[in-house]
Ligand binder design. Structure first.
Ligand code: HEM
Length: 438
């Protein structure tokens, strides 16, 4: 394994670019020390599997993920065993394919409201719009249609939390202890406090009223473990905020990238809009349509391959670990970048090209396990992956019924690898209204 000192500088600014360069130069496994931490970059599917599948039960989440605990508390994303296992068992049943069918209506209606509000020829910032659409969806599916708070306020508080979190995690200040007076952390705490109080109030009202609906929060309130115990109010709050954070921006970015790629490839756009017209006509899509919206599904899978919103995930070993032939000490951080794995020409022919057809002709499915990991893998695979795919396909289908988007700016979109991979600048699009081509 090669130590890659020279790239250390570029890593903080552009982790994915730096990792791609490291692997091109040094092969599928390389290591580096940053501020005393040993980081090992892994880009071989089989070795990625060894870490994610964690057969010896020795991995915990990496330090950056744990630092999200400052505002996510001990929710599914940040917690560790034994709490994580109990919580995953309580939460996963509410997010299976069958259970989330209930949310298809909310997803399609939010997309439809957006599409119908568009005026032919208007200029929009697509990323801001997709963030607003997915925010509406997450609020309705998580808290129910009766949510009476301000969706805008929730969005603003989320922005403040994420913005300040990113500023700290990219600077030397992240090494300061949690109690140290750091301005960004104080701003983050203030915004997170507003969200915490709001969610706790909803939980207490629900419990007090005794009326539980079909929304995710109601399901979490009703969930019981084998011993018949449910979650405390504080645990429910942490889980609700985690689902909110993990489920919102990722899907917004996935939709943004998919629509950008379609605008850049009008022939692909025409093909999938024709499919929407043939399958749906004028009506809103529902769960039963999903198996027939194959082009839209292929577009989402292909854009998650090229632009994976969760662009980096990590694990820290709690004991010495053999990765292939290398013995690594406890406390090593293993980092895996889906974008690097997804660009491997051994598994994806012409990997830089946007070719949804590779998901229809079976060629992409022939890639080995863990070569395509937009949702991670192993026991900690994204618990919301079916939810996200359903949401993205339904939204794309509704947009395809009414809208065609044109990119205003021809230059490549600058990207920002923050908590998620997202556009670094507004993504300006001109909206064209009208039915799909015959
Ligand atoms: C396109 C959209 C999404 C992408 C790309 C994505 C990606 C991921 C990835 C890669 C992980 C694993 C991280 C790791 O192994 O360290 C993860 C975990 C998680 N995701 Fe997602 N996600 C998406 C949507 C969602 C949605 C819609 C929800 C909720 C409804 C959600 C909730 C979660 C949670 C709670 C975890 C932690 C699971 C655990 O550790 O048990 N995600 N996500």
């Amino acid at each position: 394994m090669v130590q890659v000192w020279p790239q250390a500088k570029g890593f903080a600014a552009d982790p994915v670019g730096a990792m791609a360069a490291i692997h091109r130069r040094y092969g599928p496994v390389a290591c580096m020390r940053i501020l005393g931490d040993l980081l090992v970059f892994v880009a071989e599917p089989e070795l990625v599997g060894e870490v994610l599948l964690d057969r010896e039960g020795i991995f915990i989440k990496d330090k950056v993920t744990h630092s999200l605990g400052r505002f996510l508390g001990q929710g599914l994303l940040t917690s560790e065993n034994p709490l994580w296992r109990r919580q995953r068992r309580l939460i996963a049943p509410s997010l299976t394919r069958r259970h989330i069918e209930l949310y298809a209506g909310a997803m399609a209606r939010a997309a439809d409201r957006y599409a119908r509000a568009r005026v032919d020829g208007e200029l929009r910032d697509l990323h801001a719009d997709m963030t607003a659409v997915t925010l509406e969806i997450v609020v309705e599916t998580l808290f129910g249609a009766s949510f009476t708070g301000s969706v805008e306020l929730v969005g603003q508080m989320m922005d403040a939390v994420m913005h300040n979190f990113e500023r700290v995690s990219r600077s030397w200040k992240r090494k300061l202890p949690e109690w140290a007076p750091v301005r960004e952390r104080r701003s983050m705490d203030a915004a997170a406090g507003v969200l915490d109080a709001m969610v706790l109030e909803i939980i207490r009202e629900r419990r007090a009223s005794g009326v539980l609906g079909d929304d995710l929060l109601s399901r979490l309130i009703a969930a019981r473990d084998d011993a018949g115990s449910g979650m405390s109010d504080e645990q429910l709050r942490d889980e609700a905020i985690t689902l909110f954070v993990a489920g919102h921006e990722t899907t917004a970015n996935a939709l943004t990238f998919a629509l950008m790629l379609l605008a850049e490839h009008p022939e692909e756009d025409a093909r999938r809009r024709a499919e929407c017209a043939a399958v749906l006509g004028d009506r809103l899509p529902g769960v039963a349509d999903l198996p027939r919206l194959r082009q839209s599904e292929a577009v989402i899978k292909e854009s998650l391959r090229l632009y994976p919103p969760a662009y980096l995930f990590g694990r820290e070993s709690t004991r010495a670990f053999h990765l292939g032939p290398w013995l690594l000490p406890p406390g090593t951080t293993f980092l895996m970048a889906p974008g690097v794995l997804h660009a491997d020409p051994r598994f994806f022919d012409d990997p830089a090209a946007f070719r949804p057809a590779r998901w229809l002709d079976g060629s992409a499915d022939a890639a080995p396990r863990h070569a395509y990991v937009p949702f991670g893998g192993g026991a900690r695979i994204c618990v919301g992956n079916h939810f996200a795919m359903m949401e993205a396909i339904l939204c794309l289908a509704v947009f395809g019924q009414h809208l065609r988007l044109e990119r205003v700016d021809r230059r490549p979109l600058p990207l920002q690898a923050a908590v998620t991979l997202r556009p670094a600048a507004p993504l300006r699009m001109r909206v064209r209204r009208g039915p799909p081509p015959p």
